[in-house]
Design a protein around this ligand. Structure first.
Ligand code: SF4
Length: 316
């Protein structure tokens, strides 16, 4: 007996003892057309799966490999360097002490408001010794426009006293010393290190965190973890300027509520394109500072800044 004949005989024998479903299967085996039943069975199975699984795009996008993400991230950095060749810290300062105090004051307010406030503060108290010995109420009045002025007065007078007592009136150039000063966290320390001491640092503020998550460099929410992930993607030499470029982009184009996607030069590299306004005309109207033809945040911007200086407080 050949194998085919044996199969047919076995199928015949099995029919009476099985269920209707088994009978159907046996009938299918008997059918002369060899491939059709198999195909039909496959289609039926696919239909069943489609009914019970969620609807997916016909061709789901292939998940991006880590290497591709790193390449895309580095390309975004290069593009941003072309868009903002003049990126810089947006706090006015003339020395590390002024930058440290200005950065502490910038919590919960804009750099513009700080820049409009610090000229009078630093005119009255130009050194840590002066500020440490000040009348707290006088300091409170001077920094009032920055908000939370009582807590901020305590911080800046406390850090001025620590600089006077522990560091000979100088701002230390090491992260571990800076973070011990009152009101100084990792973000503030990195701002000071990167911009007053030339030590590479990644500054994860609200803009930086939002943008890198939109760009899928990371899903982390914790600034310290974001900093660690980004530090792995870029060489140290890029850290400070990358921070400025990303923050510039967040303030000018990729806003929190309504990003101006239709006017965004890095749109082709952005997985979040479409989260904001895509109409080019409408998007252009959302641009801020020099990109929208308005004054910047610094009263004394660097010479290469193409925008207008910010107005002083009285005029603001
Ligand atoms: S395309 Fe839109 S979401 Fe992406 S970076 Fe540009 S403005 Fe931001």
């Amino acid at each position: 007996m050949t194998k085919t004949v044996a199969k047919k005989a076995a199928a015949k024998k099995a029919v009476p003892a099985k269920t209707a479903k088994a009978a159907k299967e046996a009938a299918a085996k008997k059918a002369p057309a060899k491939k059709a039943p198999a195909k039909a069975a496959k289609t039926a199975q696919t239909a069943k799966v489609a009914k019970t699984t969620p609807v997916r795009p016909a061709k789901p996008a292939k998940p991006e490999s880590h290497l591709s993400m790193v390449r895309r991230a580095r390309r975004i950095n290069r593009e941003l360097a072309d868009v903002y060749p003049y990126a810089h810290p947006e706090l006015d300062f003339r020395n590390p002490f002024e930058l440290l105090v200005a950065t502490v004051l910038s919590a919960q307010t804009t750099d513009l408001r700080v820049n409009q406030t610090t000229p009078a503060l630093f005119a009255a108290y130009p050194t840590p010794e002066d500020l440490a010995a000040a009348d707290p109420e006088a300091v409170e009045q001077l920094i009032r426009p920055t908000g939370f002025f009582r807590a901020k007065t305590k911080s800046i007078m406390g850090l001025a006293a620590a600089l006077r007592d522990d560091f000979g009136g100088n701002v230390p150039g090491r992260l571990e010393d800076l973070v011990k000063l009152p009101g100084v966290g990792r973000k503030t320390a990195n701002v000071v290190l990167g911009n007053a001491f030339g030590v590479p640092g990644i500054t994860v503020d609200t803009h930086f965190g939002r943008l890198v998550r939109r760009w899928k460099w990371t899903d982390e929410e914790d600034p310290v973890k974001v900093e660690a992930v980004v530090a792995e993607i870029f060489p140290k030499s890029e850290w400070t300027m990358l921070s400025h470029r990303v923050v510039f982009h967040g303030r000018r184009i990729c806003h929190a509520r309504k990003p101006a996607c239709g006017a965004c030069p890095i749109a082709p590299l952005c997985p979040a394109y479409g989260e904001g306004e895509t109409d080019p005309e409408k998007a252009r109207k959302l641009l801020k500072y020099e990109k929208g033809g308005f004054p910047g945040q610094r009263l004394s911007p660097p010479p290469d800044y193409p925008g207008l200086p910010a107005p002083p407080l009285a005029a603001g």
